[in-house]
Design a binder for this molecule. Structure first.
Ligand code: SF4
Ligand code: MG
Length: 273
């Protein structure tokens, strides 16, 4: 582990700012383990983040990094990918950042099938900005903006990504760490828009407001509910109650945006209209 920290984390940036028991460090660790597993050169990786607890990850990592504006990681990452198509571009974002403020960017990046790997840290809440509910907060959950429970129906962000045109969609949790490394690595290798929903424990904001106990209780919550897709599909509707599928949920092939764009450039350079 120390070798990984020395190799992939910027000197002098740790300790991180995340609260005790926060799962964000596990996801950040999973990203570097996935890069390490694929034996990618650090200079061939770019990490682009938005704003929020999740998005602090880019500041700790020793890759090419951009810490952008709230909700705007995807347009910035799109520019990075089009300018430097050789780069493996990883976007770190949160549930509020990606699906509320950046929701429009999210669906259009998926629709274009641009080769970005989006690791969405889903802590079910706006942690950094004060505990407001997000589009992924489960209905009836408490938040500072819903002290009696939200009546909003949440997105299933994996279905949203799939419906919008993403070609690789996976989910894991901070309990299922090896799976998380594996699906991030697969997402990086996939040529197209990849979404990895990483369900993370936020004991200090979401957990505290919803009386979920400490980090170990929240990890147990993940362990008890995450079911590998193949087993989940065999369950009855009754058995599925309160559970969610994990693993690779959807994968298909489609033309990739930056490659298609390169073809247009080549055609125009040859003088074609
Ligand atoms: Fe982690 Fe939640 Fe604290 Fe943010 S508020 S650092 S997500 S525990
Ligand atoms: Mg969040």
């Amino acid at each position: 582990m120390e070798q990984i920290i020395d190799k992939y984390f910027r000197p002098g940036r740790l300790p991180h700012i995340w609260c005790p028991g926060c799962g964000n460090g596990i996801i950040t660790g999973a990203i570097v383990k996935a890069v390490d597993k694929l034996a990618l050169e650090k200079n061939d990786v770019a990490v682009v983040s938005g704003i929020g607890c999740s998005s602090r990850a880019s500041g700790y990592l020793d890759f090419n990094t951009v810490h952008s504006a709230h909700g705007r990681a995807l347009p910035v990452a799109t520019g990075v990918k089009l300018g430097q198509p050789r780069l493996k571009v990883i976007v770190v974002t949160g549930d509020g950042d990606a699906t509320a403020i950046g929701g429009n960017h999210f669906i259009h990046a998926a629709r274009r099938n641009i080769d970005l790997t989006v690791v969405l840290f889903n802590n079910n809440i706006y942690g950094m900005t004060g505990g407001q509910y997000s589009p992924l907060t489960p209905a009836n959950s408490k938040a500072t903006t819903a002290p009696y429970g939200t009546v909003d129906r949440p997105f299933d962000v994996t279905e949203l990504a799939k419906g919008a045109g993403a070609t690789f969609v996976a989910r894991s949790t901070t309990f299922h760490t090896q799976l998380l490394v594996d699906v991030i690595a697969q997402g990086i290798q996939h040529e197209g828009f990849s979404l990895i929903e990483a369900i993370t424990a936020c004991p200090i904001s979401f957990g505290r407001q919803n009386k979920m106990g400490g980090a170990p209780d929240m990890m147990k919550w993940q362990k008890d509910r995450g079911v590998m897709l193949a087993a989940y599909e065999k369950m009855t509707d009754e058995q599925k109650e309160g559970k969610f599928p994990i693993g690779v949920l959807y994968k298909t092939e489609a033309p990739e945006y930056s490659a298609e764009y390169d073809k247009v450039i080549a055609r125009v350079q040859k003088g074609a209209k």
